[in-house]
Structures are given as C-alpha cells and as structure tokens.
Design a protein around this ligand. Structure first.
Ligand SMILES: Nc1ncnc2c1ncn2[C@@H]1O[C@H](COP(=O)(O)OP(=O)(O)OP(=O)(O)O)[C@@H](O)[C@H]1O
Length: 586
C-alpha cells in the first residue's frame, strides 16, 4: 500500500475545500457551545459598529444642523457606551476563540499522534520522521492560529460587510449600487486567485516538512557525518532544502500579499464614487449631508472588513493547506488491521507459512512461495547471506508486514485474525538494533508487559531471579535503576541488546525471535544468554537469526534464506556448505 504522504499530496490536491471544511467542522463540533457564544458576541459587536454611523448621520441632520447641543451630547454619550460595549464583546470573543484554538490544537495533536501509533511499519518506511514532526507541530499550529485569531474576525467581517451592504442599498438603491460595484471585481479577483494561493502555501508547508526532515536526518547521523568528514555534503543538502524553503516562502508571501493592495485600491475607488455621486444627489436635493456622512461611514464599514477579509483569506488558505496535510494522516487506514483472515486454511504447527510471497514495494519479490513450519518447543535457525531475506521472514512471523500472497498461520489460525495484543503476547522479537526509551532499566524491561505492570522492585527482582536473568542484570552498575537515555550512547549496543533480551524473556512468549540478538555481545555473556534460553519453558519456540554459526549449534532445524527462497539446510555442516558455495543475494 502506498503510504507516501508526499505522493498522496499530489493525488489529493484536487480535493474540494468544501469537503475539507466539512471534516474540519466535524472535528470542532465538541466546541459547539463556545463557538455559538463567540458567534453571538461577534454579532453584537458587528451590530453595534453598524448602528454607529446611522446614529451619527441622525445626530448631524437632527441636532447639529438645528444647533440643539444637548441632543449632540446625549448621542455622543450613547455612542461612547456603544463603543465600550463593542470593545467588551470584541475581547470576550478573542478570549473564547483563543481557548477553542488551543483545545483544538491539543485534540488534533493527540489525534495525529494516536493515528501514527496505529499505522504499520511500511508507513514509517515511506515517510521521513522530520516531515511527520512538522505536520504534528507546525501544521496544527497554523490551524490553531486561524481558529484563535481569524475565524471570528472572519465571521465578524462578513456580518459587518453584509450589514453595511444592506444599509447602503436600503437608504438609497442607486448610490448603494454604485458604492458596491467595485466589490464585484474583488469577488471575481479572489475566486480566480484563491486556488493559486492555496497551492503556493501547500508547496511552502511541504518544503518546511522537507527542511525539518533534513535537520532530523543529519542530527541522527552526526557521528557518521563527522567520522566520514562529510559535513560539506550535509551542509550542501541542508542548503538546498533551506533554499527550496526560502523560494517557496517567498512564493507564498507574494501570493498571500496580493489581495491587500488590490482590495485597498478598489475600496478607495468606492469612497470616491460615493463622494462624487453623493454630492451630486445633495446638489439636486435628493440627499442630506447627514446621510452622506453615514454613507461614507458605511462604505468604510463595507470595504474595511473586506480588506481585512483579504488578510484573513490568506490565513484561511494557509489553514486549509495545513488541514489537507493533517487530514492525509488522519484519513489513512492501517492495512494491518485485525480481520477474519483466510479461515479455510488451518495448521497444527505453532507457526506456519503457506505459499507466502512478499515484496516491500511491488517492484521486487523478496520472498517467493515460502512454505515452512515451526513447532512448539523447538529451536530454529535462519541463516543466509546479507540481504538474503532473514529479517523480512522474521518480520512476517511477527506481522510487521502482511504477506503479499499466501497465509501465515499462528496457533493454527490466520495470523491476521489475532488482535495486536494477543499476537504480541505470543510472539517476542528482539531486533537487530533494539530501541530503548528514556527511563530506567526497569521501565525498559517492563515495557508493554501488562502482566507485571504494577510490580514492586522486590517482586521484580524475584521474577528476574526465577527467569535466570540475575547475571544479566548484574552487568548494569545500578541494576534495575540504571538510567537509560533513548537514542544516546550512554550504554553500549551490547547492553541495549541485553535489556531487549530481558524484556522479551520476561514476556514469556510462545515464540521468540532473536534477530542477530547476540551480534554485539562478548562470548562469555553470549554463553550466559544461551543458558538462559535453554532454561526457557520447554514450550517456547525459538527462531534465531545469526551470522555466527556457533550460536545456532543447538538448533533443531536450520533454514537457509536467500534470493527469495527458504530451504531446509539439514545439519550445521550442510548450512555452512550452502553459505560457502557462494549462494549470495544478487
Ligand atoms: N523496508 C524495506 N523496504 C524495501 N526493501 C527492503 C526493506 N527492508 C529490506 N529490504 C530489502 O529486502 C531484502 C532482504 O532484506 P533483509 O533485511 O530481510 O535481509 P537479511 O537477510 O535480514 O540481511 P542481514 O543479514 O543483512 O540482516 C534486501 O534486498 C533489502 O534491500
């Protein structure tokens, strides 16, 4: 399945804003109460601002022209109260929407992170971590900015604009139509340019993702960069990503800023039309001075929000481009869900491959029509040249991937019919490069082990003793409390493998896969691991992947994995022969 988000971007680019908006509204439905409250405050705010020009016009025509100054003072007071109320409603709206934005940011980040946890390994193979981080951090924040700062302003501006438009048309239809005519041009201009602006912003967000992927890659690999003195190479790559980001940011900036001056120009043209036409109407006795003042104010009330809308429209376009990038993750479905699987096939083995084919990306088949079986309590070895397909076979055993064709059976049933909890309880996997979390050795060996979730240090020591893991724990200076830092070199690779080993053994799985699990461990400790494995429950099946043949001396059966084939190798000597015969992966 194609999980490459950047390829999906181009496929989904044409998805309509309407559909995206519908999904976004569904997301914020939990905030309905606050949104309604904010809407009411913004409507009151707009209403107050709309009423003001009418009162000013009325004051001029009724009190100023007749020199009744007490009336002028009274209306000035009323206007002051109205402006204060407008300030209060404006503030309340900002506060409410700030909260909505932050809560949405929180919910969205959680939703994306949870979705990332559900997605299969192939998703992470096809996407760079830096780009994903940028989607979780940067894109969600763009959406938050729109919600907390722009949405209600957006609605307020539209309401003020519509209100001003209604006043303009209802007071004098001819003058009103003349005042609104430049707005038609603005609407046309916006409709024509919006898709282009959204595209420019999407490109910019993509390049921000690319930049953070680049930074992440070089920070992760700084040791190799220094060891090979390839700083210049990474500097060049970073420079290219940075340049791309700069270019797309300039492009997005140009696109985003094109609306404001055009709107400004057309708004000034509208004022001029009102002034000239209004004076003409006054000169022929069809209009009053007070009304003209109100009119000019309403024209400002119509075009100012329109100008604001131009800026807000940009923020909306950026938010929609971000939302597209976020939705791409949220809409993805794992292709490794629990399903009924193929119920027509059964098996009496602990684990069996029946006519299994597998390829990572449809281009090259890595495993070709594989049939193999692992029985309860036996030890199996997978050997073969580098790149032969051993880890891939193990990945299919633990369902990190599904077979492209054929069936993998666990406990006699299609492996796809097990829940992830059941499956991981039954199958333990020690990876070539074990991953540890920041915390103590105890945190790491109990990771994902619901059986010993609330166990005390004392109880855990006893459990470790019973599992014969004491000697391994003794290798760590501070035992269970030794600090481990994820991704750092505070402990050696061999020590990491020991922790992963203890983690896997304590889960007491029915099938334990060791993928080069002793490659970085000294011979004495390796013997210790061998003894621990021998003392594992007689029910436990072991699958050992190893390059060092001495580690598989005690295997009941040896499989030779190469060039898409898995063959029984017979004895250790036969296996050695197969390796020496130069059966290398092409
Ligand atoms: N995530 C992946 N995407 C695409 N191809 C992959 C992926 N992982 C492995 N391969 C390819 O699959 C083939 C088998 O790789 P695999 O890791 O299974 O070999 P291996 O026998 O375990 O090698 P080693 O002894 O080096 O660990 C190789 O050609 C490799 O390039």
């Amino acid at each position: 399945m194609n999980y490459n988000l950047n390829e999906l971007t181009s496929l989904q680019e044409k998805q309509s804003t309407y559909k995206a908006l519908k999904r976004l509204i569904r997301l914020i439905s939990a905030e309905r109460k606050n949104l309604w409250l904010a809407l009411v405050t913004i409507l009151v705010n707009s209403g107050l601002l709309l009423l003001a020009p009418l009162l000013i016009g009325y004051t001029i025509d009724t009190y100023i022209r007749t020199k009744q100054f007490h009336g002028v003072l009274l209306f000035a007071g009323i206007l002051l109260v109205m402006y204060l109320m407008a300030m209060f409603t404006g503030y309340t709206q900002t506060k409410l929407m700030g909260g909505v934005g932050q809560r949405m940011l929180y919910t969205l980040r959680n939703a994306i992170f949870n979705k990332l946890q559900e997605l299969p390994v192939s998703f992470f193979n096809q996407n760079k971590a830096g780009d994903l981080i940028s989607r979780v951090n940067n894109d969600t924040d763009k959406l938050n900015q729109f919600f907390s700062q722009s949405l209600m302003q957006f609605i307020g501006s539209i309401v003020t604009m519509i209100g001003a438009g209604v006043f303009l048309l209802s007071i004098n239809l001819e003058l009103g139509s003349a005042a609104l005519s430049p707005a038609v041009l603005i609407v046309l201009f916006t409709m024509l340019l919006s898709p282009w602006v959204k595209r420019k912003n999407a490109r910019n967000l993509k390049s921000v993702g690319g930049l953070s992927a680049e930074i992440q890659e070089s920070l992760n690999n700084f040791k190799v960069i220094i060891a090979f003195n390839r700083r210049d190479y990474f500097r060049k790559r970073f420079d290219e990503a940075n340049k791309e980001n700069y270019k797309t940011a300039i492009g997005a900036g140009v696109a985003n800023n094109i609306f404001v001056p055009v709107y400004g120009l057309l708004s000034s043209v509208a004022q001029l039309i009102v002034l000239l036409f209004g004076i003409y109407l006054i000169s022929i006795g069809n209009f009053s001075l007070g009304l003209l003042v109100s009119y000019i104010s309403y024209t400002t009330n119509f075009y100012n929000p329109l100008r604001q809308l131009a800026a807000l429209w940009t923020s909306f376009q950026v938010a929609m481009a971000s939302w597209d990038r976020i939705s791409q993750i949220l809409l993805l479905e794992s292709d490794l869900k629990q399903t009924a699987g193929d119920q027509s096939i059964t098996s009496d083995a602990l684990l069996e491959f029946k006519n299994v084919h597998f390829s990572y990306d449809d281009s090259k088949e890595i495993l070709h029509n594989i049939n193999l079986r692992f029985d309860k309590g036996k030890t199996y070895a997978l050997i073969g040249p580098t790149g032969g397909g051993k880890t891939t076979t193990a990945s299919l055993i633990s369902r990190l991937y599904d077979a492209t064709k054929g069936t993998v059976l666990l406990n006699g049933k299609d492996i796809r019919s097990f829940s992830a909890e059941e499956r991981t309880q039954k199958i333990g996997f020690i990876l070539q490069e074990p991953f540890l979390f920041t915390g103590t050795v105890k945190d790491n060996i109990l990771y994902g082990n619901s059986q010993y979730k609330d166990v005390s240090d004392q109880e855990l020591k006893k459990i470790i003793e019973d599992a014969n893991l004491n000697a391994l724990l003794a290798i760590f200076d501070e035992g269970l409390n030794t600090q481990v830092t994820s991704g750092s070199d505070s402990i050696s690779l061999g020590q990491k493998q020991l922790i992963a080993f203890m983690r896997a053994v304590l889960r007491n799985p029915e099938l334990l896969i060791l993928d080069e699990a002793t490659a970085n461990i000294d011979t004495i400790t390796e013997q210790l691991l061998g003894n621990i494995l021998n003392k594992l429950s007689k029910e436990t099946t072991l699958v050992i992947i190893a390059h060092r043949l001495n580690t598989i001396e005690n295997a009941d059966e040896i499989y030779f994995v190469n060039e898409g084939q898995v063959q029984k190798a017979g004895t250790l000597n036969d296996a050695l022969d197969m390796l020496l015969k130069g059966k290398r992966a092409s």
